[in-house]
Design a binder for this molecule. Structure first.
Ligand SMILES: [Zn+2]
Ligand SMILES: [Zn+2]
Ligand SMILES: [Zn+2]
Length: 168
């Protein structure tokens, strides 16, 4: 087992400790997003922060910030824990990130894996497999069980996620 000592890449605390204030790696215990940038403080304190408001421009007042911090402590701040990131296909640790458009991601990455990390090599492999499949076809006259509208509806439709009987 590796015994490398893990430290937060931003604020430098050791694994198991709370991040230093304003660390951009701290996770919000209310939404699971980045604490520095989520809007939970406004939502939970009932502050309007839409464009044009005082809060939108200046953020929280000192008093509101103290209140927010108290709420975080009650909820339980999330300490720095090292969760390795690995490719969901090949298991490679800490793959380099790369950018693809949402559209491309949806085209090549199957629906249940879209929230996962895929390494560049695997992405290219998957892309090759998908591109090799027969093309999706528009309904033609001899194949007119579906109207154009039905066809669009099928392409764009997303139904609720089915939580099958425990798969882990
Ligand atoms: Zn940190
Ligand atoms: Zn949040
Ligand atoms: Zn991979």
């Amino acid at each position: 087992m590796a015994t490398r000592e893990h430290r937060c890449g931003d604020c430098g605390v050791r694994e198991g400790q709370l991040h230093r204030p304003n660390c951009d790696m701290e996770v919000c215990p209310f939404c699971g997003g980045q604490l520095l940038s989520c809007d939970c403080c406004y939502a939970l304190l009932g502050i309007d922060c839409s464009p044009g408001t005082w809060a939108y421009k200046h953020g929280l007042t000192q008093e509101q910030e103290d209140q927010w911090f108290a709420m975080l402590e009650v909820r339980g701040r999330i300490p720095y824990i090292e969760y390795p990131i690995f490719c969901a296909r090949c298991g490679k640790l800490w793959p380099d990130f790369f950018m693809v458009s949402n559209e491309e991601w949806k085209k090549y990455i199957q629906i249940d894996k879209r929230g996962e990390v895929i390494c560049r090599e695997c992405y290219n492999t998957i892309k090759g497999y998908i591109d090799a499949l027969p093309k999706k076809e528009m309904p033609t006259s001899k194949n007119r069980k579906l109207s154009q509208a039905d066809y669009e509806e099928i392409l764009n439709r997303q139904t609720e996620h089915y939580e099958g009987g425990g798969n882990d």
